[in-house]
Every structure is written in C-alpha cells, then in structure tokens.
Design a binder for this molecule. Structure first.
Ligand code: NDP
Ligand code: 2IT
Length: 448
C-alpha cells in the first residue's frame, strides 16, 4: 500500500473503525485518499471544513426486507439496500446490483466511487448505489418480476427524479428496470420518467444507454492510445465478463479494428483466436441467459477453460468488465510478462491494489473505472435530460455526446495529473479531478 498523507491517516482509521468488516469499502476509500495528499497542501480549506471526513460518511443508508413468493409458492426473503452517499452536485445517481455477494460493504464501495465518477462527468448528478443479495440466475421472469415489485414497494418512498435516480448494474438490465419502473408508476400513480434510467426506448429510455458503458470504455482507450501515438487497429484485446459492459466494449473495440480474443463469465473463460463472434455471444447471453461454455460448444475456433485466469491470454489491451477484485497481482504479472500496453477498467474496482502496483511498475498504462466506465452514468444523465425536456435524441447524436464526454474526461484526468505533479497518472487525475469538483460544491453549500 502507498503511504497516506499525515492528515489523512486518522481519517482512514476512522473509516475502518466506523465501518467494521466492509473490506471493499475500505479499499475504495483508501485508493482515493492515497491520491489526495497533494490536494491538501494546495487547498487547506478542504481540511478546515472536514470535507474528506464528511465525504466518507453516506448522507443516508437504507436497509430493508424484501419478501417475495417463488414459482413453487414458497416465501423467499432477501435484503435490499440503497446508500445515498452524496448529493452536493445533484440527485443521488447510481445503479442497483442484484447478486448473492451483495452486502452493505459492496453497496458502500460502489456508492463512494460513484460520487467521484459522477463528478468527473461534469454533469449535475450526486452519488448513490443500491442492490440486493437476490440471485436472478435460474429464476423465471415471473419470479424476477415479483422480486422487483417487492423491492420497489419499499424503495419507491426514497427515490424520485429530483431525489435519487437508480439504474442498472450487475444482474439488473432492461428487464428488471421495466418491472421496477412499472411498480413505481403503479404505487405513485405518476409517469415520472426521470426516476430511473436504463428504460426501454419506447417508454422513456435513451438511445445508446444500453451500449454506453462498453462503448465509453473503448472511447477512453482510444484517447489513451492516441495520446501515445497509437490506435486500436489490429490490437489484441481480452475482455472479461460477458454481460452488458463486456458485450458492448467488445462491439466497439471490433468496430474500431481491434480483435477481441477472449471472453468470460463466473464459470471460466473462452479463447477464440478467430475473434469473438459477437452475434453468437449476444444470442447466447442476451437471448438465452446462457454460459460462455455454450459459445465454445458452438464455435470451432473457440475453446473453454473452466476456472483459470483469463489474464493469462496474451493481449495488447485488457478490459476487466466483470466485477471487483477480479484481476489480482498474479494476473497483473502475467499481463506484464505478455507485453500488455494498457489495462482499462470497464468494471468498478476490478483490479486489486497489489495488481495496480504490479502493472504500474511493469510499465503498463492503467486507467481506473471511475474514469473509464463513466460513460454509462453520463448517458444516464443524458436520459434524464431527455426525460426532463420530453425529448428523444437520435442514436448518432447521443453517441456523439458520449464520445465528447469520454474525451473530455480523459483530458481532465491528464490535465489534473499534470497540475498535481503526477503526469500521465490516470488514477491521481481521476481521483483529484472528481474530488475537487464535489469538494468545491460541498464548501459552497455549507456544513450539511
Ligand atoms: P452484468 O450482470 O450484465 O454482467 C456481469 C458479468 O460479470 C457476467 O459475465 C458475470 O458472470 C460476471 N460476474 C459478475 N459477478 C462475478 C463474480 N463475482 N465473479 C466472476 N464473474 C462475475 O453486469 P454489467 O456488465 O452491467 O456490470 C459489469 C461491471 O461493470 C460491474 O463491475 C459494474 O459495477 C460495472 N459497471 C456497469 C455499468 C452499467 O451501466 N451496467 C456502468 C459502470 C460500471 P455470471 O453471469 O457468471 O455471473
Ligand atoms: O457503476 C455505474 O456507474 C453504473 N452501474 C451506472 C449508474 C447509472 O446511474 O447509470
């Protein structure tokens, strides 16, 4: 671990003491605090107003019971969360995750990161995150619907277009957002489009929101390569995960001339030296909610590796797009050994702190999730903008806006890194640029 500025050690100790057993939250806080030392020297007013301590304490945390009835008529029970972390810049904004691993520490790490990511987009959105330990795998549409309805029956009282605007994340896509929006509309008797993002195109959704996180990830990589006199043409790319972010990162990487040679899910990975057949992958994943092993079974050029590390597959560009801490120090060492140029995080915090260090020491460019995957939430903010004006934009216009946002995020990271004496360091740039933006708003709003 890198050292903390003297003034930040007690702040971090307090976070650990007040949030016991929440390892992912501690990790996310530590990563930001390690970047903030140089800021304290330049801006003593932040310390005077206890901005950092206040940022580490969520404004509100909601935990609730989610009972529902399965197809066999049995009562099932899950726990729901919404952590409303910071609203200095706008209504709380961030996704909802349905995965059996979800507990308060995961929701808080995601909500904390979301504050800085959202600030970095330059759009008027605060930070929040929610979720449940519900596992949608193997559940029927009717079970998922009943679960979503029960979840929203509590959540509705806490959200609203000017209060808190959830969206998707792991396990929550178009189907779930539909059920959640339907129940919100029914309970409140309001067609309040701006209360959720990631909606279907025919009922208030935005073009490109489905594609935006993955496309934005590749737009960021394109900028990072261009800054070094390179492009994506002919590059070998490995993308972990095979969900929303991974699929559309693969699509855009292929469109820009790269060759994506591996994909994965929680059961293992697939190598396809002919390049991933995205139509087939989409059919299996989106159409049937199948596994990557099904892909290998249907494609001669592909083979499936159960378990193992996808990062052993040699590549120029590595895009971790599955989940937190999926890329560890051994994986990073393999990437360095194989001559990887850049690791860009499509997922939230997929790279462990040790792995980040190995990559940097090995000369691999490292671009953190809060900058790289910000295109998803930025396009959510564009969806809110369209909802507020009862308008809908074309795919081309929306994609153009996304591309401009990603290039401005990239530029802000580099400018800020330069300004604070860490040229080329995307981690320092993203953390400091996001932090100063939200910190200035908090100063202006007083002690609240
Ligand atoms: P999806 O649910 O669509 O896909 C998740 C993928 O990651 C699946 O292939 C899944 O495999 C795999 N995965 C999930 N959890 C684990 C785990 N514990 N171990 C191994 N593999 C796992 O989610 P998204 O694509 O939406 O999200 C992926 C990442 O991107 C997350 O970190 C999310 O927070 C982040 N993100 C998402 C945004 C969005 O707009 N959707 C925006 C910004 C970031 P399996 O099916 O086997 O579980
Ligand atoms: O992690 C994220 O940025 C998301 N899951 C998307 C959040 C959003 O509100 O679109």
């Amino acid at each position: 671990m890198a050292a903390l500025h003297d003034a930040l050690t007690p702040v971090f100790d307090e976070v650990i003491r007040r949030n016991p057993g929440e390892a992912e939250f501690h990790q996310a806080v530590r990563e930001v605090l390690e970047s903030l030392g140089p800021v304290l020297g330049k801006r003593p007013e932040y310390a005077d107003a206890e901005i950092i301590r206040r940022l580490c304490e969520p404004e509100r945390q909601i935990i609730f019971r989610v009972p529902w009835v399965d197809d066999a008529g049995r009562v099932q029970l899950n726990r729901g969360f919404r952590v409303e972390f910071n609203s200095a810049l706008g209504p709380y904004k961030g996704g909802i995750r349905f995965h059996p691993s979800v507990y308060l520490g995961i929701v808080k790490f995601l909500g904390f990161e979301q504050i800085f990511k959202n600030a970095l987009t330059g759009m008027p959105i605060g930070g929040g995150k929610g979720g449940s330990d519900f596992d949608p795998k193997g559940r029927s549409d009717a079970e998922v619907m009943r679960f979503c309805q029960s979840f929203m029956t509590e959540l509705y009282r806490h959200i609203g277009e000017h209060t808190d605007v959830p969206a998707g994340d792991i396990g929550v896509g178009g189907r779930e957002i539909g059920y959640l929006f339907g129940q919100y509309k029914r309970i409140t008797n309001r067609y309040e489009s701006g209360v959720l993002t990631g909606k279907g195109i025919t009922w208030g959704g935005s073009q490109v929101r489905t594609e935006s996180t993955g496309y934005g990830t590749v737009f960021f990589v394109k900028e990072a390569l261009a800054a070094r006199g390179m492009d994506l043409e002919g590059r070998r790319v490995v993308v972990s995960g095979s969900g929303n972010v991974a699929i559309y990162a693969t699509e855009k990487a292929q469109a820009l001339g790269a060759k994506v040679v591996a994909t994965s899910d929680s059961s293992g990975y697939v190598v396809d030296e002919a390049g991933i057949d995205l139509d087939l992958l989409k059919e299996i994943k989106n159409g049937h909610r199948g596994r990557v092993s099904d892909y290998a079974a249907r494609r001669d050029s592909a083979h499936f590796v159960a378990g193992g590390s996808i990062w052993d597959v040699p590549c120029d560009i590595a895009l971790p797009c599955a989940t937190q801490n999926e890329l560890d120090a051994d994986a990073a060492a393999a990437l360095v050994r194989n001559g990887c140029l850049i690791v860009a995080e499509g997922a939230n915090m997929p790279t462990t702190p040790e792995a980040t260090r190995v990559l940097r020491e090995g000369g691999v460019v490292f671009a953190p999730g809060k900058a790289v995957n910000a295109g998803g939430v930025a396009t959510s903010a564009l969806e809110m903008q369209q909802n507020a004006s009862r308008d809908s934009w074309s795919f081309e216009h929306t994609e153009q806006r996304l591309s401009e946002i990603m290039s401005s995020i990239h530029a802000r990271c580099l400018e800020t890194a330069d300004e604070y004496g860490a040229p080329g360091d995307y981690v320092a740039g993203a953390n400091i640029a996001g932090f100063t933006h939200v910190a200035d708003a908090m100063l202006a709003l007083g002690v609240i």
